[in-house]
Design a protein around this ligand. Structure first.
Ligand code: L34
Length: 302
């Protein structure tokens, strides 16, 4: 039997409708407009695509939003100054510095410079710590993991007691999603395993997973025979494996492939996210959700 396809695009659209209502109400009742700044250094095509998506969505929701483009050779000192400027700007409730940054810039220094109360990416050590402690303490969950949890919950899979296996230990996805899923409470309470390049038998771990979350950045890493029949597979990989001519626009567009062999996996899994149209759109939507939350906290709106 073919798996249920979990459409991130559809879930993201639903959440955006909910958010638009919330934003309209904030404006009407309180005169508060959520503000988001995205900073892009250089011209990595994937980063441009993601940041453009974030700005477009912020605009559609009626945010105050600003895209700050910096040249690839911007100095670390200038980038830190820029972050500081937005830390002090009262119109701005969320600051996002798109990763990866060029090698001459210390990523950690830049992330640490963002005001934790405007850190809508949830990458500042304070917010990472808050996430680990969990419960009410958590303020901004990182966007991709938050989107993954939302997709699992909305797809109807039971997380409590489930064997969750996370492939990959990045700070952006692997480590935070593992922490989110092991918290006590709704949409989590799972038994979590993280596997990575140092793991001896990837296949054996994946085969146990009721919920398999793959964020390795290696196209087709997870083979169909590694998937437990009926399980829920979340494919976080967005790998650019080539280019093709778009029928819609007549322009060249990237061919995107996940970390899972989708066509074969969907015959075994119970539910699976596609690439594109799975986790990606959710990442953008959760950023909007965090920005609305930040604006509310800054304005003292309950
Ligand atoms: N600071 N850097 C910071 N925050 C983030 O949350 C990110 N991430 C990751 C890379 N660097 C970051 C993103 O925004 C990955 N990521 C991201 C965002 C959006 C999409 C994918 C990854 C997305 O919209 N993907 C579409 C396809 C887009 C395309 O055509 O390129 C999809 O349907 O999967």
């Amino acid at each position: 039997m073919s798996a249920k396809i979990i459409s991130g695009t559809e879930v993201a659209t639903q959440i955006r409708v909910e958010l638009k209502k919330e934003v309209d109400e904030m404006k009407e009742k309180h005169g508060v407009v959520p503000g988001l700044v995205t900073i892009l250094v250089g011209s990595n095509p994937a980063s441009i695509s993601y940041v453009t998506g974030k700005q477009k969505t912020a605009h559609e929701l009626g945010f105050y939003s600003h895209q700050d483009d910096q040249p690839a050779d911007v100095s670390e000192a200038d980038l830190l100054k820029l972050v500081d400027k937005y830390n002090k700007d009262p119109k701005v409730h969320g600051i996002l510095v798109q990763l990866p940054l060029p090698k001459h810039i210390d990523e950690k220094k830049v992330l640490n410079a963002i005001d934790p109360d405007k850190d809508v990416d949830g990458f500042h050590p304070i917010n990472v710590g808050r996430l680990m402690i969990g419960g009410d303490e958590a303020k901004f969950l990182p966007c991709t993991p938050a989107g993954i949890q939302e997709l699992i919950v909305r797809s109807g899979y039971e997380t409590s007691g489930a064997e969750v296996v996370v492939v990959g230990r990045s700070n952006i996805v692997g480590k935070p999603i593992a922490n989110i899923m092991l918290q006590k409470g709704k949409g989590a309470n799972s038994t979590v395993t993280i596997v990575h390049t140092g793991t001896k038998d990837l296949e054996a771990h994946c085969k146990r997973a009721d919920i398999l979350i793959v964020a390795a950045g290696v196209p087709g890493l997870v083979k169909p025979q590694w998937i437990k029949p009926g399980s829920c597979v979340i494919d976080v990989g967005v790998n650019r494996v080539g280019e093709k001519l778009s029928e819609k626009t007549g322009k060249m567009i990237p061919i995107l492939k996940g970390d899972v062999d989708f066509d074969a996996a969907k015959e075994i899994a119970g539910a699976i996210t596609p690439v594109p149209g799975g986790v990606g759109p959710m990442t953008i939507t959760m950023l909007m959700k965090n920005t609305v939350k930040s604006a509310k906290i800054h304005a003292g709106i309950k």
